[in-house]
Structure formats: structure tokens, C-alpha cells
Design a protein around this ligand. Structure first.
Ligand code: ADP
Ligand code: MG
Length: 374
């Protein structure tokens, strides 16, 4: 570069930077204005910087008066074109941002975001983010609706399930009072059984409400699975015998996991009682414990003959019971007959332990499987 050229660059840089600084200050003072004004402003500053450089070099006698005039005219025309293009670009972006704003407004009112394509990358990203938020919102709304439905059903069922035994108790108490009972001892036994069942139900409701409120206190400690399963089998044995159901179990030796022993026993005994109740006489129920990659698996296989996919989708719902469970002949003395809360409690307790439950049909019946982290 010749000395002259270096001098021109330095002079032009000094004058243009002056305009640049003024441009930055101007842009900052106008930063809340519309995009159209701001993009047009960028074009004005660019042309003004060229003019300032030209003016500076003309003063340093590098340009003749005639050349200077020509350059100023050309720059003025270029400035007009720049402002028009800048304005047009700004208008397009502003239009896109307006349509996005309208979609967001709709989203706020109807809860649905209808995404439209196009526009600058940043606005597209914003639109995608809003569409995902809309999906998440939709999912949580559906979840809330399902929960609300199951609560409503639960209240209806629980009030039915409490009213029936209460009416029975009242009738039996009246008969005893009037001395009309032929076999008072049987009445007493039956009243006791009804009261026990109601106590269990209220207890289950209480547990479930603690699970839902997230206030279930887990007393986690190392638990030997072999002992826990043998105890559950021992306490289920009389019921299984009475119903002619064969009980068997196998746990891999030395299997241990961290869990609340009381709550885990409740899970296992709920599953065993259900399995026994849904297995016909001479059928078999078996429980297995084994190590799996995720931790420890406990599964209970019964002889229920399989569940339909519709039933499988609902068994864990609060308050849901298969049609047989509510039929009058299932009898209030049927062992473990509850109010459809047992499996909801199982799932709640297992999930509170960061575990999961699953259900699958097998040749003779269905297998309820729980997996807990080891
Ligand atoms: N082992 C099982 N085999 C077949 N069906 C089952 C089994 N366990 C539960 N179910 C079905 O799931 C329903 C809900 O079970 P649960 O929540 O324990 O309530 P409950 O025992 O009070 O009926 C039962 O009424 C029954 O229809
Ligand atoms: Mg049950």
C-alpha cells in the first residue's frame, strides 16, 4: 500500500467511526421502536458513514470538488435504496412477529397453539418452543382430567361401598335388638367381618390420600426379600387353603433391596390376596423374586385366565374394579375384597420407591410384576 492509500484509510476510518459512534447512540435511543425503523436506521447510518469518509478525504484534498459532488449524489441514491430495502426487511420481520403474537394470544385464550412456518430462524425457534409448550400443556390437562374422573368415580364407589355394609349392619343390629335373629352368633360374626372390611377400606383411603399428597413417609432400610416373601406367603396361606388355591414361591437366595419393609409387605400381600381371589379352586398362585438389571423384580402369577386389554389398562386406576368384584355373589367376606384401591396403593408405594409396576397375560393367568431399584 502506498503512503497515500494508508492516509486515505486512516482519514476515512476516523470520520466513519465518528458517524458509527453517533449511529450506535441513535440506535440505542431508538431501541424500543419498531423493527422497520431500526433496520431502515441501519441503512441510513451505513450511507452516512460512507459520506463522512468521502467528506474527510475531500477535505484532505484527495478528491476534487467535482468528484466529491458525484460521490455525494451516488451515496444519496444508494442511501434511498438502502432505506427502502431496510424498511422492507423490517416490515417482513415485523409481520412475522405480529402473526406469532396473534398465535400466542390465541394460545392464551383457546389453549391451542397453531404454529405457522417461515420467518427468521430466531422466530421459528420461538414458534417451535411455543408449539412444544402447547403439547405439554395439553398432556397435563388430559392427565388432570383423567385424575378428576377417577376421583369422581372413587367418591361414588366409596359411598356405595360404605352404604351397603352400613345398611347390612343396621339391619342385623335391629334384628338382634328385636330378638328376631335366629342365629345371633352368626350375626355377630358377620357384623365383625363387615366392620373389619370397612376399617380396611378407610385405612386404604387414608394411605392413598397420603400417596397422592406426596406425604407418604418411607422408612427405607435394607430388606431381605426371602424373609419378606415367606412372611407374606405364611399370612396368605389360610386364605389360599380355604379357597383350595395352591401357593408357591421362590426367591433367589440372598436378594436384598432398600425399601420400607412395612410398605413393601403391603404391596406383596395386596398382590397375593388379589391373585388368590382371582384364581379358581384347584388353581395355583406363585410368587417369584429375582435380580434384574434395574434392581430387584417381584412377580405374582395367578390363574385368573387372563385379562382383556381394556381391563389391563384400568386395573391400577383408583377405585376401578372388574365387574365380578362388584357382583352381589362375590360376597363381602371374600378375602381381601376392597374398594378397588389395592392396586392403586401398590403402584403408589412402588413409584414412591422409584420403582415401576407392570402387568402381562400368561398362559394360565396374569402376572403382576414390580421392579424396585436394588
Ligand atoms: N391378580 C388379579 N387377577 C385378575 N384380576 C385382578 C387381579 N388383581 C386385580 N384384578 C382386577 O383389578 C381390580 C382392582 O384390584 P384392586 O385395586 O386390588 O381392588 P379390589 O381388590 O378392591 O377389587 C379387581 O377388582 C380385579 O378386577
Ligand atoms: Mg385388591
Amino acid at each position: 500500500m502506498t503512503r497515500d492509500q494508508i492516509e486515505i484509510v486512516l482519514i476515512a476510518a476516523a470520520w466513519s467511526s465518528g458517524v458509527g459512534v453517533a449511529g450506535v447512540l441513535l440506535a440505542w435511543s431508538q431501541r424500543h421502536r419498531s423493527l422497520r425503523v431500526q433496520t431502515a436506521g441501519v441503512a441510513v447510518v451505513a450511507v452516512a458513514a460512507v459520506l463522512a469518509g468521502v467528506l474527510g478525504t475531500a477535505q484532505a484534498m484527495f478528491l476534487s470538488a467535482h468528484d466529491f459532488e458525484v460521490v455525494v449524489l451516488v451515496a444519496a441514491v444508494a442511501g434511498v435504496v438502502g432505506v427502502l430495502v431496510g424498511g422492507a426487511v423490517g416490515t417482513a420481520i415485523a409481520r412475522r412477529s405480529r402473526s406469532l403474537r396473534e398465535a400466542a394470544y390465541e394460545f392464551g385464550h383457546s389453549g391451542r397453539f397453531v404454529a405457522t412456518e417461515g420467518g427468521p430462524a430466531e422466530l421459528q425457534e420461538l414458534a417451535r418452543e411455543l408449539a412444544q409448550t402447547s403439547e405439554r400443556l395439553d398432556e397435563s390437562r388430559q392427565r388432570a382430567a383423567r385424575l378428576e374422573d377417577s376421583r369422581r368415580e372413587l367418591v361414588a364407589w366409596v359411598s356405595h361401598d360404605l352404604r351397603t355394609p352400613l345398611a347390612g349392619l343396621r339391619a342385623m343390629a335391629e334384628a338382634l335388638e328385636d330378638g328376631l335373629a335366629e342365629d345371633p352368633a352368626r350375626y355377630h360374626r358377620q357384623m365383625r367381618a363387615e366392620v373389619d372390611r370397612m376399617v380396611r377400606m378407610v385405612d386404604d383411603l387414608f394411605t392413598l390420600s397420603r400417596i397422592h399428597a406426596g406425604s407418604l413417609q418411607l422408612n427405607v432400610q435394607p430388606v431381605g426379600l426371602t424373609d419378606l416373601v415367606s412372611e407374606a406367603l405364611a399370612s396368605a396361606d389360610p386364605v389360599a387353603r380355604a379357597r383350595g388355591v395352591q401357593l408357591a414361591g421362590h426367591v433367589e437366595p440372598g436378594l436384598e433391596l432398600n425399601a420400607d419393609p412395612g410398605e413393601l409387605s403391603r404391596v406383596v400381600s395386596n398382590l397375593l390376596m388379589n391373585a388368590i381371589r382371582h384364581t379358581p379352586a384347584a388353581g395355583a398362585v406363585r410368587i417369584d423374586g429375582r435380580a434384574v438389571p434395574e434392581g430387584v423384580e417381584v412377580s405374582v402369577l395367578d390363574g385368573c385366565g387372563g385379562l382383556s386389554s381394556d381391563e389391563m389398562a384400568r386395573v391400577f386406576d383408583v377405585g376401578w374394579q372388574g365387574s365380578a368384584a362388584r357382583s352381589p355373589d362375590s360376597g363381602s367376606e371374600a378375602p381381601g375384597r376392597g374398594a378397588g384401591l389395592g392396586l392403586a396403593i401398590v403402584r403408589g408405594i412402588v413409584e414412591a420407591h422409584q420403582g415401576r409396576v407392570a402387568l402381562a397375560n400368561e398362559s394360565t393367568g396374569c402376572r403382576f410384576r414390580i421392579v424396585l431399584p436394588g
